[in-house]
Design a protein around this ligand. Structure first.
Ligand code: FES
Length: 636
């Protein structure tokens, strides 16, 4: 059967797909990323599309209403193609405009980290490239090609003790490589503790060697191209993780991956494809070759790391939550299929536990947390709030499930930080008039995590909610903005005529309670770690906040609602995408990479579900800012 033409609107993009392909897969093939919270099981309802023409096979309609169905709305994951079609993908079903956190992209309220630790660790990259001129063999000077090269490399590298390996794939081409280059060659080598490995021999040139720092996030992937000679970031690209079509979060990805070998392979290929596309864009922009890329370091959470390597992640989600490995073997790029020198090594950051991964170890390295007497708190806020506390003598870490509220999940008008999202809220406590700051200055369509924190603080400040998050309708009966609905109570942030979706954008009492639970989990995680090591909050000298949401956070409002500890604002610091920064640092410094591996071993993981401490702290934190106001003196 010939492939069918599927047109996606409003892009007007046409692709060809085979009979029986789901619309969700077809959309991914067309580079249109559709939300898929349940990983294509037909239960979450996130993947709604509108069939404008065509006659697909519908295998399920989930919770679609008869009215939606009559208007052509279908679940993309439950709709199979059996002929030509035209599909509209509505904005609310799309992933593609989410801001990819490239690094120091946003000048936050407080300063970004200015720490570049390369000076301290020393610039000594994991891969190097040498220009080597060899003597031409003769009848009397007739050592083998490899012995001749090996001897010269040993002399230049001053590597008396360390072995120099050459893989068979490079050895096979060595005779021609040397002779074609007239014995003037450039040799790329990887250096790790056990010795050097020759990864490429090419005609002599002075092009610099490059490395890749890669952050694999559950939602987005970021790749930096690093000049290994200068340490400069010469190019950077980011995009959605193509695994998104298998589910929005790590749990749905694991559930999909462990169904069978084919799924595991498919989900591995999805992330490798994502990275390769970013690499291809980078090399096209820089006019360099894939074969100029001589090493890569990957930082990601434990599930992302295992899926990148194709390692079965099933036990990560089953009690007692055991990852396959914490220290990860380095593998040649050809084994993964990355577009770089095939024999070049790809290194993955070690993880600490199933829910504290290499991205957190990378963040811990770049915060320089383990290198002084001062006690530092590092927080990465996402669906999981990962927290590290410590100094040069001790390090403790935990992960607390904050839920998806700060990423827009479970909130009536919640959305990720993308154009049209409310990120700042001001409420006049007399009139209840509202001023909003919206990303890209568009009419508002929803509210993102930092907007929610702002909004909560302002609702509390204006007396619209009490400390338990209950709406105070009786106190504001004169205002149209605060109202009761059949199921809930709500406050209108933007009226329909002002909003991008042409409907009132509201925050409900239920939304407020969800945010309180999310912030309560993070604060309880912080307190649990502090209790465990008997450290008082005042003893923390620096609080470093990483992650997409953290980067846009208003510290004052975060303290007012009890998300962050009540300390002077000058102790807070935003570090942006600490995962990719940690990957860059380790790529450029053998010492940094050794310390990263050491950090992974040194961190003590605290399982919060064991014992009553976390639950007690959590219950106490379900107030704004807290049941114990002595912890928040500036809020009294
Ligand atoms: Fe289609 Fe969840 S309903 S992905």
């Amino acid at each position: 059967m010939p492939p069918f033409h599927i047109k996606f609107m409003p892009e007007d993009r046409i692709i060809d797909v085979e009979d029986g392909t789901s619309l969700l897969e077809a959309a991914a093939k067309a580079e249109i990323f559709i939300k898929s919270g349940c990983g294509g099981k037909g239960t979450c309802g996130a993947c709604k599309v509108v069939v404008l023409s065509g006659d697909p096979l519908v295998t399920g309609t989930g919770n679609l209403t008869p009215e939606q169905i009559s208007k052509g709305v279908r679940l993309a994951c439950q709709t199979l193609i059996q002929g030509d079609m035209t599909i509209e993908v509505p904005p609310e079903s799309r992933l593609q405009e989410h801001q990819v956190l490239m690094g120091d992209v946003h000048k936050g309220i407080l300063q970004e980290s200015k720490h570049d630790l390369l000076e301290r660790f020393g610039h000594h990259p994991l891969a190097t490239k040498l220009r080597i001129s060899l003597s031409v063999p003769t009848l009397t000077e007739n050592t083998s090609d490899w012995a001749r090269l090996n001897m010269e490399l040993r002399r230049v590298l001053k590597a008396e003790d360390k072995p120099i390996h050459i893989p068979l794939s490079v050895l096979k081409h060595l005779p021609e490589s040397l002779r074609k280059a007239n014995w003037d060659v450039s040799v790329t080598l990887t250096e790790i503790d056990s010795g050097f490995t020759v990864t490429r021999v090419e005609p002599g040139n002075d092009h610099p060697p490059y490395g890749l720092a890669i952050d694999i996030g559950t939602t987005t992937v970021v790749v930096y191209l690093i000049n290994l000679l200068t340490g400069e970031i010469e190019e950077q690209q980011g995009s959605y993780n193509k695994q998104a079509k298998y589910g929005d979060d790590v749990i749905s990805r694991i559930v999909y991956a462990v169904e069978n070998e084919e799924h595991l392979l498919g989900i591995q290929h999805a992330v490798v494809d994502t990275i390769n596309e970013l690499i291809d864009k980078i090399i096209a922009r820089k006019s360099i070759s894939n074969l100029d890329i001589s090493s890569a370091i990957v930082a990601g959470n434990t599930t992302m790391t295992q899926l990148f390597l194709g390692v079965d992640p099933r036990y990560i989600r089953l009690e007692p939550y055991i990852p396959t490995m914490t220290s990860v073997p380095s593998v040649p790029a050809r084994e993964i299929g990355l577009h770089m020198i095939p024999e070049a090594l790809v290194h993955c950051y070690p993880s600490v536990a199933s829910y504290v991964g290499g991205d957190i170890v990378a963040g811990t390295l770049v915060t320089d947390l383990a290198n002084g007497e001062d006690i530092i708190l590092f927080i990465d806020i996402g669906t999981n709030g990962e927290i590290v506390l410590g100094n040069q003598d001790w390090l403790v870490t935990c992960a607390c499930s904050a839920g998806p509220s700060f990423e827009g999940g479970g909130i009536t008008f919640g959305m990720r930080a993308m154009p049209g999202a409310i990120e700042r809220v001001i409420i006049d406590s007399e009139t209840l008039d509202v001023s909003l700051k919206v990303i890209n200055n568009l009419p508002p369509v929803g509210i993102c995590g930092s907007g929610l924190v702002d909004c909560m603080a302002k609702l509390l400040g204006a007396g619209i909610i009490d400390r338990a998050g209950n709406f105070q309708l009786a106190h504001h009966s004169g205002s149209e903005r605060i109202r009761a609905t059949p199921d809930d109570k709500e406050f209108v942030l933007a009226w329909a005529h002002q909003s991008g979706g042409k409907k009132d954008v509201v925050i409900t009492e239920n939304d407020v309670k969800n945010v309180i639970r999310a912030k309560g989990a993070i604060y309880a995680g912080i307190r649990s770690l502090l209790n465990m090591v008997a450290v008082d909050i005042e003893m923390i000298s620096r609080i470093v906040i990483a992650g997409g949401f953290g980067n846009y956070l208003n510290v004052h409002d975060s303290v007012q609602i009890g998300l962050l500890p009540d300390l002077d604002t000058d102790r807070f610091e935003f570090i942006g995408n600490s995962s990719v920064k940690g990957a860059r640092l380790a790529l450029l410094s053998q010492n940094a990479w050794r310390e990263a591996e050491e950090l992974g071993r040194k961190m003590t993981y605290v399982e919060l579900s064991v014992g009553a401490t976390f639950m007690d702290e959590y219950v106490s934190a379900l107030f704004l800012p807290h049941t114990d106001l002595s912890l928040f003196p500036s809020c009294q």
